[in-house]
Write a protein that binds this ligand. Structure first.
Ligand code: NAD
Ligand code: WQD
Length: 329
């Protein structure tokens, strides 16, 4: 059983990935200080797997503590580095906090990897590295534009850091992860107030919010609202297992888009949520949100060809799972 360190393994995407790693025969070891998650996800992972997963409650920016984890665990095959702050809005207000945690944690992890001769790392990147793309769908060769936010800038800088390092790396550029594990035992436990579309939809459905505003109606898209590529978080989690297997066999530097390849508008997403869950969402159409990109969706050719990965789950299933998580969390 190959040991894999999963930083941020108590988080939304991390917890789902820990489950899929274990199911695929890896031994995941979580490092997470719960700064943006909850013990509930650690407990949820154990319930889903009927198996305790090792967890170190350690800050990834603390070199000494991370070194100790690597020394204690020994024979680590690779690292999946999720730990980071992820709120675009907060990053605009507190850029320093984002630089320190997001870049700082990667520097610390790379240093511990060097000291302990661990070669392989999968990094949580984001389609935000592309900024506002000129050509759609976006391929991995699309050049990075000026980042739309300090958060986006940290992802670009982390990818550059990986390029310069001696490690083998894969940057997975996630599009818009949504949904939850079908058990509803793990999910998004962020302490932040949600700003993403689907968590806001579920809050409206359950009555925590009165309504949702569709940000913009006059974009150059078929229905005037923005277009994104929404991917089920379990599909996304599985891409990490494929990436890890690939990296173990193929050293060097790689980057892959992880999306469905399908562009969905905000109005279509609302309609899909309503139909999947047989309920009505109170929404109004309003002004554009600052910094929003008109449309972005993935070209999935590379990841299909090289990792043999593609999304399996439907948008409808993701909307059902998102709603179930809201009702039980
Ligand atoms: P999340 O906040 O749910 O998970 C991140 C986890 O990392 C949390 O459990 C948090 O407690 C932990 N963490 C943060 N800083 C830490 C530190 N210094 N030491 C130890 N633990 C720390 O976020 P998520 O949605 O699961 O995102 C995971 C990764 O994927 C992040 O790097 C994020 O930037 C990236 N990403 C997310 C999305 C998205 O829409 N959710 C899209 C693209 C990329
Ligand atoms: C989706 C669409 C909004 C809320 C962000 C980050 C990106 C990545 C994913 C991490 C947009 C619209 C939303 C609302 C709305 N994260 N919307 N009303 O903006 O694509 O990306 O999360 O890397 O970096 O920027 O995701 O879920 O916020 O928005 O109309 O109340 O829903 O305008 O078109 P986004 P989102």
């Amino acid at each position: 059983m190959k040991k894999i360190i999963v930083t941020g393994g108590a988080g939304y995407i991390g917890s789902h990935t820990v489950v899929e790693l274990y199911k695929s025969g890896f031994t995941p070891i979580i490092i997470d200080n719960l700064c943006n998650s909850s013990i509930k996800n650690i407990e949820g992972i154990s319930k889903v797997l009927r198996q305790e997963i090792k967890w170190h409650n350690v800050d990834c920016t603390n070199q000494k503590s991370i070194d100790l984890v690597f020394e204690k665990e020994k024979n680590i095959e690779g690292v999946i580095h999720f730990a980071a702050y992820k709120s675009v809005e907060e990053s605009v207000k507190e850029p320093q906090k984002y630089h320190e945690n997001n870049i700082g944690s990667l520097e610390v992890i790379l240093e511990s990897m060097r000291k302990n001769n661990v070669k392989n790392i999968i990094f949580s990147s984001s389609c935000t590295v592309y900024g506002s793309p000129d050509i759609l769908p976006v391929t991995e060769d699309t050049p990075f534009k000026k980042a739309e936010s300090p958060y986006g800038e940290t992802k670009q800088l982390c990818e550059k850091l990986l390029e310069k390092d001696s490690c083998n790396s894969i940057s997975l550029r996630y599009f818009n992860p949504i949904g939850s594990h079908s058990s509803s035992l793990i999910g998004d436990c962020s302490t932040d107030k949600p700003t993403n579309l689907v968590p806001i939809l579920t809050e409206v459905a359950i009555g925590k919010r009165e309504q949702i505003t569709v940000f913009g109606y006059d974009y150059n898209t078929p229905d005037g609202s923005c277009i994104r590529d929404y991917i089920h978080v379990v599909d996304l989690a599985n891409s990490h297992v494929k990436a890890l297997n690939y990296l173990i066999e193929n050293s060097g530097k790689h980057a892959f888009n992880v999306g469905t390849g399908i562009g969905i508008s905000v109005l279509e997403a609302i309609q899909s949520f309503e139909q999947a869950n047989n309920l009505k969402i109170n929404y109004k159409v309003g002004e554009r949100r600052d910094g929003d990109i008109e449309q972005i969706f993935s070209d999935g050719t590379q990841i299909k060809e090289k990792l043999n990965w593609e999304a399996n789950q439907t948008l409808k299933q993701a909307m059902i799972d998102a709603w179930n998580w809201e009702k039980t969390k």
